[in-house]
Design a protein around this ligand. Structure first.
Ligand code: BG6
Length: 507
């Protein structure tokens, strides 16, 4: 994480593989536009959309113009867009056809001349993952992957999912590393582009008062929740292969976990931060099959009501088998085996079609050691709690006890609340701005390193294996629009009945 934000990114050509997909029009082009509006995108940044579909420059430009009007998050500025529009190109090609890469090389050379992009190329792999390897190989063979010492640079952003399990992730890493050096590979996780996620590290390490209590002596447990009210949004085929553990937990949620649990890095340099994050993942005790049974709960939604509207069950979604055993909800209890966290459970849960969209991290502190106020009207003293609300309501809340004014000692829990909006107004963004900007500047702090992805799969794979060996017998087991299956409540309350999920205010 560089702190000298504000410099204009290097000039480059960004080649988006899979440019006819949703990501380009919904996120990438609007994000580039926002960067341009903030003066952070180089005047000479050029985009080449590479995809199989027949298309041409003019039509691609027209499509992206529509897209920026529909999905842009900031006011449309016609003269700024006119400049960007002229820098958009389309290259039709097959991902495995050498000729199409030779033609790409010729186009890139021409663009370097035309726009002064200095031979800097940013490749964005936004295709289905089965094409990642062949694209990487082909770029290598065409001589388009080699970086110079300083310039030109060649970098590649690889979208998720990165592998399907530990073996496939290792295989993909090996294959990419045959063409690119680790420093050139940016494995993206859009959660790391969220302001509130980036703030976790600032909250912890730019403030002196939290760190001394940030361990097993003061913290009872940690809850991380990523709840979604949406379903699978027409992605039945993908979701049948993936499920929530692969889709959300192995990547986004393990990243949140490692930011909360990591040791202070020695600097904000990419590898210092990532070294500490990977240590957390390596310290999570992988579960044996009997532990998977006790420490995880999975679920699948049936029909129900979300936001006042009736919605269908998972098994009725297009592209989903009517007897599907794929999980759309999961809750896990994990332990991080190191001095700081020994014995502190980390409860993670995520699901589709839950009651509300909400991502939050709850740091639940221990009870006070001695109940001085026993006998006062308030018997149920609540322990302190810190909640990092990641989205959509971006804020940080600390709960503590206060005396209710009056002649007798009566206590009540109160909240101290910091809202992001009060600091900076609302800043509509796609979430990809920082990540694209960082990559163009060679800062990989907010991207996964090979060992991080593998460490995360080391934890997820035994769970997936056990689940596969023991198919669920009770699916579908939660109603859409609720907080998930009942056994998840038992999971958190099993060792201590005072522990319960903190559900956001609902509705
Ligand atoms: C994606 C998942 O990575 O993240 C989706 O594939 C999910 O299934 C999405 O809906 C959630 O992202 P966000 O930013 O809306 O929380």
């Amino acid at each position: 994480m560089k702190t000298d934000q504000g410099r204009v990114a290097d000039p480059c050509v960004m080649v988006i593989f899979g440019a006819s997909g949703d990501l380009t029009k919904r996120k990438l082009v609007p994000a580039l536009y926002n960067l341009a509006q903030n003066g952070l995108l180089n005047e000479n940044a050029v985009v080449v959309g590479f995809a199989r579909r027949e298309n041409n420059h003019d039509n691609f430009r027209a499509q992206m113009t529509e897209a920026i009007k529909e999905f842009g998050t900031t006011a449309f500025d016609p003269s700024l867009w006119e400049r960007m529009r002229a820098r958009l190109y389309y290259h039709q090609g097959n991902y495995d056809n050498p000729d199409d890469y030779n033609r790409l090389a010729a186009l890139l050379k021409q663009l370097d001349k035309e726009w002064g992009t200095n031979g800097n190329y940013l490749y964005y792999f936004s295709t289905p993952p089965k094409s990642f390897e062949v694209i990487s190989d082909s770029l290598g063979r065409t001589g388009l992957a080699k970086s110079g010492n300083n310039a030109p640079w060649r970098r590649t952003i690889v979208e998720k999912p990165f592998g399907h399990d530990l073996d496939s992730a290792k295989g993909l890493n090996r294959r990419l590393l045959e063409t690119f050096d680790e420093e050139q590979i940016y494995r993206i996780d859009h959660y790391l582009g969220k302001e509130t996620v980036q703030n976790i590290i600032v909250f912890r390490f730019a403030n002196g008062i939290f760190e001394p209590t940030w361990d097993r002596r003061y913290i009872d447990h940690v809850q991380i929740m990523v709840a979604e009210s949406i379903g699978i949004e027409g992605r039945g085929a993908y979701y049948e292969e993936s499920g929530v553990l692969r889709d959300m937990i192995q990547n986004h949620m393990f990243q949140l976990l490692s930011l909360v649990a990591m040791e202070p890095p020695i600097s904000f340099e990419a590898d210092s931060v990532r070294d500490e994050k990977v240590k957390v993942l390596n310290a999570i005790r992988p579960m044996r099959p009997e532990e998977v049974i006790h420490n995880t709960v999975r679920g699948q939604y049936r029909e129900g009501i979300v936001d006042g509207e009736g919605v269908i069950g998972y098994r009725n979604e297009p592209g989903v088998s009517p007897s599907s055993q794929r999980e759309t909800y999961a809750a896990l209890k994990l332990f991080i085996e190191n001095w700081r966290w020994a014995g502190v459970p980390f409860f993670l849960r995520s699901g589709k079609r839950l009651a509300k969209r909400d991502t939050q991290i709850v740091i639940q502190f221990r009870d006070v050691p001695h109940l001085l106020f026993r006998g006062s009207a308030e018997e149920q003293l609540e322990a302190n709690r810190l909640v990092l609300h990641i989205q959509p309501d971006e804020r940080i809340t600390i709960r503590f006890q206060a005396k209710i004014p009056g002649p007798t000692v009566r206590l009540t829990p109160v909240d101290m609340d910091f809202r992001y909006e009060d600091l900076a107004g609302s800043s509509p963004a796609t979430g990809y701005e920082t990540l694209l900007y960082d990559c163009m500047n060679g800062d990989s702090t907010q991207f996964h390193r090979a060992d991080m992805v593998e460490a995360a799969w080391e934890v997820a794979t035994p769970i997936l294996d056990t689940w596969e060996a023991l198919p669920p017998r009770d699916f579908p087991n939660y109603e859409a629009g609720t907080w998930g299956p009942d056994p998840a409540n038992d999971l958190i309350g099993k060792d201590d009945p005072d522990r319960r999920w903190l559900n956001p205010n609902f509705p």
